[in-house]
Design a binder for this molecule. Structure first.
Ligand SMILES: Cc1ncc(COP(=O)(O)O)c(C=O)c1O
Length: 191
């Protein structure tokens, strides 16, 4: 079985929609997503799409583990979707986030051209590889001194590594904050 963890799939800002893994092998894939990405961070509610019997078993394990899910979140999200708000909300988020992704890429090209960031077509993050000899631990400490809080890249690698990996989130920031943040990052990385 494959677990397809794809909470950002609906948040595509450019390019063509790509098929899901589940479409290729519906009996062998469980696809996960999250309303905390598609509506907002408040509901903390995810969902799974997959073979019916398997989902029933997963629901039983879940029930035996935490007794009951957050019913208030379930009810709110259900009503939100039933009222037809989900599609317009996704469109609104895409319009809000697309220029922020572009602003992040522009700022990286301007201030940190040597880092070659990924250029994603959607989602909340892009990532970059720090130049040789510059470690994430050092960059994190010095970035904190200029009030730039970075995630530890090592946390994204299950089997070690990530010392040069930096994930850059852009969705919650204005274009001005993005430019300022990347300029501060460049100062830290280059000096
Ligand atoms: C790839 C991925 N999967 C799953 C999640 C979990 O989403 P949540 O806990 O917000 O429902 C996240 C959250 O950041 C994520 O980035």
């Amino acid at each position: 079985m494959l677990l397809e963890d794809s909470p950002y799939r609906e948040l595509r800002y450019r390019g063509e929609t790509q098929p899901t893994l589940r479409e290729f092998a519906p009996e062998r894939v469980v696809q996960l997503s999250s309303f905390s990405k598609l509506i907002g961070p408040g509901p903390r509610l995810g969902y799974a799409i997959g073979p019916k019997n398997l989902l029933r078993e997963i629901a039983t394990v879940a029930e035996n583990t935490y007794i009951t899910p957050g019913l208030l979140a379930h009810g709110s999200v259900y009503e939100f979707c039933r009222a037809g708000h989900l599609e317009p909300q996704i469109d609104r988020l895409k319009k809000l986030y697309a220029p922020r992704l572009q602003a992040t890429l522009d700022a990286l090209d301007k201030y940190l051209p040597e880092t070659k960031p990924t250029r994603p077509d959607g989602g909340f993050f892009l990532s970059l590889t720090l130049p040789k000899g510059v470690s994430i631990i050092d960059v994190m400490d010095r970035a904190a001194e200029v009030e730039l809080i970075l995630a530890d890249g090592r946390g994204f690698f299950a089997n070690g590594g990530g010392e040069h990996f930096l994930r850059i989130p852009f969705c919650a920031l204005t274009k001005h904050q993005i430019s300022e943040g990347v300029a501060r990052l460049a100062e830290v990385v280059q000096n």
